[in-house]
Design a protein around this ligand. Structure first.
Ligand SMILES: C[S@@+](CC[C@H](N)C(=O)[O-])C[C@H]1O[C@@H](n2cnc3c(N)ncnc32)[C@H](O)[C@@H]1O
Ligand code: SF4
Ligand code: SF4
Length: 370
């Protein structure tokens, strides 16, 4: 059976039986070349990472428990010298693999090696087309032009069929008016836009915080009506077939999350998805990192145990919630027919249709920023 066919069969099986994790986010490093205001991962800056035989052993465990898709994030995955090897190890085991990158170190030579290893799924972060806004978010001078150059090169290198590249945009008060333009750019490059409502920790002394302490990135009530208008525009664009990967349900609930700090969705952390740290520790999601983790080697036994299921249920019931798309969209995909239909259409179009790739407007922006 071809890889894509067997993934589709495994996915349908998982949807019916809910007997396997569908998705894993593996932060392969906490090192980073940016200092984003929205994020605190870079503060950890540790080189304590599993590598070599442990990477192969982790990939074996993920294959054994039936995991269908892994996203490699961080920190910045492009800083790992063995990123190509990690990707090959996962792909060889039939696990769909995506690399998330801020783009600054995703130079054409590395992108070429990843493509040659069989990688077809890239998520490239870009929050703004205004150099001032982007550099303010990056909190690191000089990153804007490097990432735009690498984005243009990547768009031109990706095959016209069979890829699902994404532009990841964190939605904040500084960039929300740009969302339709960012979606348009994603379309020109043959990418899909993925709009991520900014998550900010509730209080400064939250010792497990993962995201940045940046009160200026919180929406106030005054911008509420305009934010909802922009999201209505995005939802209408999606209905007309615009290149937006988020499900309609996710988009409809995003303004509530941004304005009120809460959005309803059926969380299935630790059951349908997991988070893995650079050291190979497995938690139900990012919120449990450093608090409730198991070594990856113990995952197959842990998953099947009654104690685990009981404790998981209690812990999730206590959670204050999040609206991180990788988690929420997986649950929606597995539980909501509309979200599943939308994803099937996107996947089918990437196989059947040639992506049009036009980097001219991106090149113009790059020229203008020099
Ligand atoms: C943590 S980064 C890791 C991968 C890579 N370093 C990058 O920036 O793409 C993964 C994604 O999280 C997003 N992100 C950062 N801070 C966030 C926040 N406070 N809320 C939601 N998403 C955030 C980033 O923009 C990026 O798209
Ligand atoms: S969002 Fe990504 S690029 Fe920015 S500091 Fe966090 S890990 Fe680094
Ligand atoms: S809602 Fe809570 S348990 Fe579920 S993924 Fe978000 S932080 Fe984790």
């Amino acid at each position: 059976m071809s890889r894509s066919r067997s993934t589709a069969v495994s996915f349908l099986r998982a949807r019916l039986l809910h007997d396997r994790p569908v998705y894993v986010h593996w932060a392969v490093t906490s090192r980073c070349n940016l200092r984003c205001r929205s994020c605190t991962i870079w503060e950890r800056d540790s080189a304590d990472e599993i590598c070599g035989d442990d990477v192969a052993a982790l990939a074996d465990v993920l294959a054994e428990i039936g995991c269908l898709q892994v996203s490699l994030g961080g920190g910045e995955p492009a800083l790992r010298d063995d990123l190509v090897e990690i990707v090959s190890t996962l792909l060889e085991r039939g696990i769909r693999t995506r690399v998330l990158t801020n783009g600054v170190a995703m130079v054409p030579a590395l992108a070429r090696e990843l493509l040659d290893a069989g990688l077809r799924e890239f998520s490239f972060s870009l929050d703004s087309l205004d150099p001032k806004i982007q550099e303010e978010m990056d909190n690191t001078p000089g990153a804007y032009s490097k990432r735009l150059r690498n984005l243009a090169a990547l768009a031109e290198m990706l095959p016209e069929r069979g890829c699902l590249p994404m532009l990841n945009t964190v939605v904040t008060p500084h960039n929300f008016r740009e969302l339709p333009t960012i979606v348009e750019l994603a379309g020109e490059l043959g990418f899909h836009a993925s709009l991520i409502p900014i998550h900010l920790p509730p209080c400064a002394d939250d010792e497990h915080r993962f995201y940045g302490q940046a009160p200026e990135l919180r929406f106030d009530e005054e911008s509420g009506a305009e934010l909802r208008e922009i999201y209505n525009e995005i939802i209408a664009l999606k209905r007309r077939g615009g290149p937006i990967i988020n499900s309609s349900t996710f988009l409809e609930r995003s303004p509530d999350y941004l304005l009120e700090g809460h959005a309803e969705w059926p969380c299935r952390a630790g059951e349908l998805f997991f988070s893995i740290s650079p050291q190979g520790r497995v938690a139900p999601c990012h919120a449990f990192e450093d608090r409730w983790e198991v070594d990856f080697r113990d995952l197959p036994d842990t998953l099947g145990s009654a104690d685990y299921s009981r404790e998981l249920e209690a812990k999730i019931a206590e959670c204050e919630g999040c609206f991180r798309p990788c988690w929420a969209e997986i649950s929606l995909l597995m539980l909501e027919v509309r979200a599943l239909g939308e994803m099937v259409r996107v996947q089918a179009s990437t196989k059947l249709r040639r992506r049009k790739i036009d980097t001219r407007s991106l090149q113009r922006r790059l020229e203008a920023s020099r």
